[in-house]
Write a protein that binds this ligand. Structure first.
Ligand SMILES: Cc1ncc(COP(=O)(O)O)c(C=O)c1O
Length: 392
């Protein structure tokens, strides 16, 4: 097999499989098993009342009822769109891949935050794109730095980046929520610069406190391609997500989507759940459960790792821990895994390995572990950090 000449896009990616999860999983963005809804009745109804639909090929852009539901959901969230502006996909990552297929040629530039969602990195990289990184502070993406970066490229005669990818709500991995002012500034700059925005919004409803801020899609529907998913709210195994974009772009992406349509049985099961009136109650349980797990982890961290720092995320699945400067997150990750708990080193979340990034962060998911495991996992992490500090 080593003699096989790989396509450039395959050769660009390191041949590593995802790391295995530890006994206490702080690494994965898996849902809490206790929150996975019982969909037996919905699936049975889908198979009985909609047999001809769910066992046939589905329309490539998604079931019309699913596209209409997503359009209404997005419209209720402030961005008035119609079903033709929606493409149903096999999850948000698939939606991002289709956006890349639509927009990227080899050598094109894409802007991401530093750090960014680590599963977005290989997707974008496999298209031969060049990453440009922009920093963040507590208010979200540094729009001034982005303006300076775009101006430098213009002055150097370089083409503008093809798009900017960001997670404005409960950012993965940092948990930061972009302020309203920053969102406004970003869409104003993007519009002036002719920059498309890819807004990845999987945690939008996984909100613990505060009023929701306008999405980028609501502020500038014509230049924003918004990615959505049922993974973080219902169940990641369903693999149903979407991209909301201007209809001509949706039509193009439907051409590029070569899977003969996402699974209609799964779409119809989800529709039965949402239209059957269970979504609001389920969303409330998701919010309450993850809020309690976040608080449990925060309290344990303050007790076990008093020298580490973090901001409390207002939603999402993750807490971004800043260890004292002299710690190396990769070493802590390795030692913690040996001890039975699996944080992720912050270094995994930077798109440009050549740039000089901080090494003393960890991302901790509070979504999957039980409250008792959160207590035990943070205690183990504290012990590992104390040992690592003594060893220096
Ligand atoms: C920012 C972000 N986008 C997308 C996803 C995954 O979405 P999906 O399961 O729909 O592919 C995740 C899951 O961790 C995420 O954090």
């Amino acid at each position: 097999v080593s003699a096989v000449r790989l396509a450039r896009r395959a050769a660009l990616l390191a041949p590593t499989l995802p790391v295995t999860t530890g006994r206490i999983a702080f690494d994965s963005g898996h849902a809490s098993p206790a929150l996975l809804p019982d969909l037996t009745a919905e699936a049975a109804r889908a198979l009985s009342a909609h047999r001809a639909e769910v066992l046939q090929y589905a329309p490539r852009a998604g079931l019309p009822a699913m596209r209409a539901w997503i359009a209404a959901h997005t419209t209720a969230d402030g961005a008035a769109i119609g079903p033709d502006d929606v493409l149903v996909t096999n999850g948000a990552k698939h939606a991002l891949e289709l956006v890349c297929r639509l927009l990227l040629d080899e050598g094109d530039a894409v802007v991401v935050t530093a750090p960014t969602y680590f599963s977005a990195i290989p997707i974008i990289r496999s298209f031969g794109a060049e990453f440009l990184e922009v920093g963040q502070d507590r208010e979200g993406l540094d729009v001034e730095a982005l303006g300076a970066l775009l101006a430098r490229r213009r002055a150097a005669g370089q083409p503008p980046p093809r798009f900017l990818y960001n997670v404005p709500d409960y950012h993965n991995p940092t948990g930061i929520t972009m302020t309203g002012a920053r969102r406004e500034a970003l869409v104003t700059l993007a519009r002036a610069a002719g920059l498309l925005l890819v807004e990845d919004s999987p945690y939008r409803l996984v909100r613990f406190e505060g009023e929701p801020l306008p999405t980028l899609k609501a502020l500038a529907p014509d230049i924003v391609l918004q990615l959505g998913t049922f993974s973080k709210l219902l169940a990641p195994g369903l693999r149903v997500g979407w991209v909301a974009a201007p209809a001509p772009l949706v039509a193009r992406m439907a051409q590029l989507k070569t899977d003969a349509g996402s699974c209609p049985l799964t779409q119809r099961t989800i529709l039965e759940f949402c239209e059957g009136g269970r979504l609001a109650g389920h969303t409330a349980s998701v919010q309450a459960t993850y809020r309690a797990q976040r608080d449990r982890m925060a309290a344990a961290l303050r007790r076990e790792l008093p020298d580490a720092d973090f901001d409390l995320p207002l939603g999402g699945y993750y807490l971004w821990l800043t260890l004292p400067d002299e710690f190396d997150g990769e070493v802590v990750e390795r030692l913690a895994r040996e001890a039975g708990v699996s944080p992720l080193a912050g270094s995994r979340f930077f798109a440009r390995p050549d740039a000089d990034h901080p090494r003393h962060h960890l991302r901790l998911a509070f979504s999957h572990a039980t409250p008792a495991e959160i207590e035990e996992g943070v205690a183990l992490l504290g012990a590992v950090c104390r040992t690592a500090a003594l060893a220096r």
